[in-house]
Design a protein around this ligand. Structure first.
Ligand code: RIB
Ligand code: CA
Length: 304
């Protein structure tokens, strides 16, 4: 049976790295492309980091570099992932930036109508640009699964907004308004799923143990410093796992709009949670994820 075709749009990023490794090692997907975007770090760094991750797993998945800046704003990088965006990894190669991510997203989707799911685990700049450049694209995308947003919990980049949406709220607004089937994996569920360095000891016998341990040491230190949590929050791996086992999640259709005008609430995912009044549901929002199923499967696949 043909494997499910996916594109991973990403800003590696320690948790992005784990998400890419998880999907590649699962063997369940025809990963058509890794497309990089500026977010956790510059697009030069996120592309270098993506190449490092692909080399780590001896993968020849095509890699295309994308947007250097958000649609209308200066890039605000994350602090958590360090200067390189993947501190703890020994990044040697300087990847040549071809800025072909958007065109490749369009080509892959148009050549495989209604068969490609896009996993968006960074700012939505590339996806919004592709939707704008080819106005018929939305009718050919099977689904967009997005790590982002905060529905009932505080933000992690300002008081209300999650980082990916905060960095490029204008792009998020375009994507959230598109008629494509979309699923959102927000902080509400991600905050509850984190691994400690001890958890990663289960990978001891794996050839990936050393590099993953070194990366996670930095990630946990960074997230502890800047987000005051104790473990490696599994933001992107949890969004990636939705592709592997959607039955481990519950979702509800919601009417969610993006704040693009106010600086105070820039990037807020404003959900209409009133129990009355007309709604225009535009996205399925994950309300719960089975932490044990995810964690057990995550370790099992990484160990494989
Ligand atoms: O808010 C978490 C998200 O921002 C994750 O995708 C992480 O990699 C950063 O990009
Ligand atoms: Ca990310």
């Amino acid at each position: 049976m043909e494997k499910h075709k996916i594109i991973i749009d990403t800003d590696p990023g320690h948790d992005d790295a784990l998400a890419i490794i998880l999907l590649a090692k699962s063997g369940l997907f025809d990963i058509q492309a890794i497309t990089t975007v500026a977010g956790n770090s510059t697009v030069q760094n996120t592309t270098n980091n993506a190449r490092y991750i692909l080399d780590l797993i001896n993968s020849n998945i095509p890699l295309y570099s994308g947007s250097t800046n958000p649609l209308k704003r200066d890039l605000v990088q994350a602090d958590v992932h360090g200067k390189s965006g993947l501190d703890g990894a020994n990044i040697i190669k300087q990847e040549k930036l071809m800025n072909d991510a958007v065109d490749q997203i369009i080509d892959i989707v148009k050549n495989n109508p209604q068969q490609v799911t896009i996993l968006a685990i960074g700012p939505l700049t590339n996806i919004a640009t592709a939707l704008t450049k080819d106005t018929s694209l939305s009718s050919s995308i099977k689904e967009i699964v997005i790590m982002g947003g905060a529905i009932t919990v505080p933000g992690n980049k300002n008081r209300v907004a999650e980082f990916n949406i905060f960095v490029d709220p204008d792009a998020a607004d375009i994507v959230f308004r598109s008629p494509v089937k979309k699923t959102l994996v927000p902080l509400d569920v991600c905050n509850e799923v984190f691994l400690t360095l001890d958890d990663f000891e289960q990978l001891k016998k794996s050839s990936l143990y050393e590099p993953i341990h070194d990366m996670m040491k930095h990630y946990i230190k960074g997230i502890n410093t800047f987000e005051k949590t104790t473990g490696a929050i599994m933001y992107d791996p949890l969004a990636a796992y939705f592709l592997i086992n959607p039955e481990a999640y519950t979702t509800i259709p919601m009417d969610v709009q993006i704040e693009t005008n106010s600086e105070l609430t820039r990037g807020m995912t404003v959900a209409d949670r009133r129990t009355w009044g007309d709604k225009n549901p535009n996205i399925f929002v994950v309300k719960s994820a089975d932490r044990k199923i995810f964690t057990d499967d995550f370790i099992k696949i990484l160990k494989s």
